[in-house]
Design a protein around this ligand. Structure first.
Ligand SMILES: NC(=O)c1ccc[n+]([C@@H]2O[C@H](COP(=O)([O-])OP(=O)(O)OC[C@H]3O[C@@H](n4cnc5c(N)ncnc54)[C@H](OP(=O)(O)O)[C@@H]3O)[C@@H](O)[C@H]2O)c1
Length: 189
């Protein structure tokens, strides 16, 4: 069964963090234009994957099929609390098996964090949508990728074979930009 298109979405502070030192995405990292983009994109996705703490950064896509990463199980188990969700331990089941459990063939799988899950998919992204909030710093926070802050978020994407295909300003007053990263040399799947 072919993998779906894999698309990641994140907004980061100037120091590459997606949440503060308490592991919480603080209000200063929430911008209406970015939220509108994010929720619009999630509506288009056929299924989502995220760690146990990263739901939709403020609802409303609970109906979407999803994989919830957790080490509390060994491989794949249906989530008794959500008919549309499967619990997934990536060290015990491949992404192919997880997508087969979700019954998605083709379409788009939206990757919505957090740190380890964004990192896990680095070799597989067809697109990564990265918003930057340059006026926000989150010292000691939760990085967007495990390699941050030793490397910047942009450098991590570059080293994973992605390049910026398009950048647009989402919110001129806060200088929020959205860059669309796609594989530079990798053949599109
Ligand atoms: N700014 C943004 O764009 C953005 C994006 C995403 C999230 N966030 C924010 O970031 C914060 C959460 O970040 P986070 O990194 O702590 O959360 P997370 O990845 O959503 O959740 C962490 C949990 O997911 C499971 N998990 C993670 N990696 C795993 C792996 N490789 N294998 C198996 N299970 C794995 C583990 O669950 P178990 O403990 O059950 O084993 C782990 O405790 C939230 O505040 C969220 O709102 C912000």
């Amino acid at each position: 069964m072919p993998l779906p298109r894999i698309e990641g979405y994140a907004i980061v502070s100037s120091d590459g963090m997606l949440a503060n030192a308490q592991g919480v995405m603080p209000p200063e990292l929430v911008f209406e234009a970015d939220q509108n983009f994010f929720h619009g994109a999630l509506e288009q996705a056929d299924a989502l994957v995220h760690g146990r703490h990263s739901h939709e950064r403020y609802p409303p896509t609970g109906h979407k099929p999803r994989l919830i990463a957790t080490r509390s199980i060994t491989a794949l188990e249906h989530d008794n609390e959500n008919a549309n969700a499967w619990l997934w331990n990536p060290s015990g089941a491949s992404i192919e098996d997880a997508c087969a459990a979700l019954k998605i063939a083709g379409g788009t799988l939206g990757v919505i964090g957090g740190t380890d899950i964004f990192g896990l998919f680095l070799p597989l992204y067809d697109t990564f949508h990265l918003s930057h909030a340059p006026s926000v710093t989150l010292p000691g926070g939760r990085p967007v990728f495990p390699q941050v802050p030793a490397l910047s978020a942009d450098e991590v994407l570059k080293r994973s074979g992605l390049a910026v295909k398009k950048t647009r300003v989402l919110d001129p007053s806060a200088n929020i930009t959205l860059s669309t990263w796609e594989p530079e040399n990798r053949t599109a799947r």
